[in-house]
Design a protein around this ligand. Sequence first.
Ligand SMILES: Cc1ncc(COP(=O)(O)O)c(C=O)c1O
Length: 426
Amino acid sequence: MYSDVLLKAWAEDNRIQAPAMKNKPAFYRNLEKALDTRRQTQSLMGLKPRWEDEVADFTTCDFLSLSRSGAVREAFLAELENHKGFDLSAAGSRIQYGNYEYLNQVEQEIADFHGAESVYLTQSGFAANVAILSSVPLPGDAIVYDELVHASSHEGFHLSVAEHKLPFTHNDPDSLRNVLTKLKNSVPEFKTGARSVLVCVESIYSMDGDVCVLQELIHVVKEEFPLGNAQFLVDEAHSIGVIGDRGCGLVSMLGLEKEIAIRIHVASKALGSVGGMILCNKTIRYMLLNHARSVTFSCAPSFPMVASIRAGYQLLITGQSRVAQETIQRNVKHFFGSLTTNPIWEEALTFNNMNAYPMVFPVVPKGESRLRLVFHAHNTLEEIDKLVSNITEWAAEMLDIERGISESALPKAARQLYAMQGSVGM
Ligand SMILES: Cc1ncc(COP(=O)(O)O)c(C=O)c1O
């Protein structure tokens, strides 16, 4: 069983190390000591063994199944076949030799698909956020962000020279208005338009699974900053391929292309490959070239990487991924339909954390650990039914424990886990 292999690997990773390293170099002992603080709460992250396709997948980011089905590989190989003489390396950064024609063509194709003025490709979605946030806000500017934005945005905040970095309550237009009003009132340059604000949100939040109330947030920003010195960055990592016409994402689905200064799309999820796409105008593009050190001082994306991104986009653009996109919607509706019509659901609602894969600190805040469910086109209705029955069985067990009518103080899964820990000497 995959769960046995996974638990064994996890138990191994979480075995305390430093005390047994008295005679080892202090450098490594100190590092292991730091890692032990995670091991003490059994939350050390390690490399997980990969599972076979037979294991029901409610975890991976291959939402449209383009990777698992081989569709993106086929499109990629066709791309290579059509460009047999490609150079493997870009052989320089974009501002030097690395700016090759194929890369420019693919960027333009992606820009046309999303209704953007231009696209800039980066090595990953993480790199895209870091590049934008480290280069666009100027000294004295402000970054105002939804409190649940991704770690890559926070990395960019650290690097940014913006003077103000202020969170607002998740998906809450009133909280955004509060933050903006305070900013305007405390620093007059924000009122006169001499300083700018970048408002950072995501189209779909992957940990809470909710959709950004983008139109409401835009309304607030326009009211509070009528001079246009507050603009949006929308990270569409979780919406590309999944929502909108042929998976064009939330901003295009809502027809808000002109309202949003910067959109980040990623290839590592629904597109089945890797890379980041920054959708922006030419001004922002020049800021990237001149002020994003990860752009200026790093080699341009290689041909194979760009070809793999194009392969995924071809499947979207030509409508070949449409059925997969519809299947995800069917699967999610089936899941909620089955779960919420189960009699246990009403009571089980009191238990918040009912998904498939554990998400713990630092991925989510302390005290908000959860199990996350990710639905894909390759999930079958039978798998979803099984998942629902597992959840409802667990919920029934928990309710019996809560009511004091269970023979055990722990649900079956926890008992199995402790037995496994015991068997590996933890
Ligand atoms: C919202 C968001 N932005 C950016 C990224 C980074 O994307 P990539 O995997 O391409 O680095 C992720 C990845 O999990 C994400 O969830």
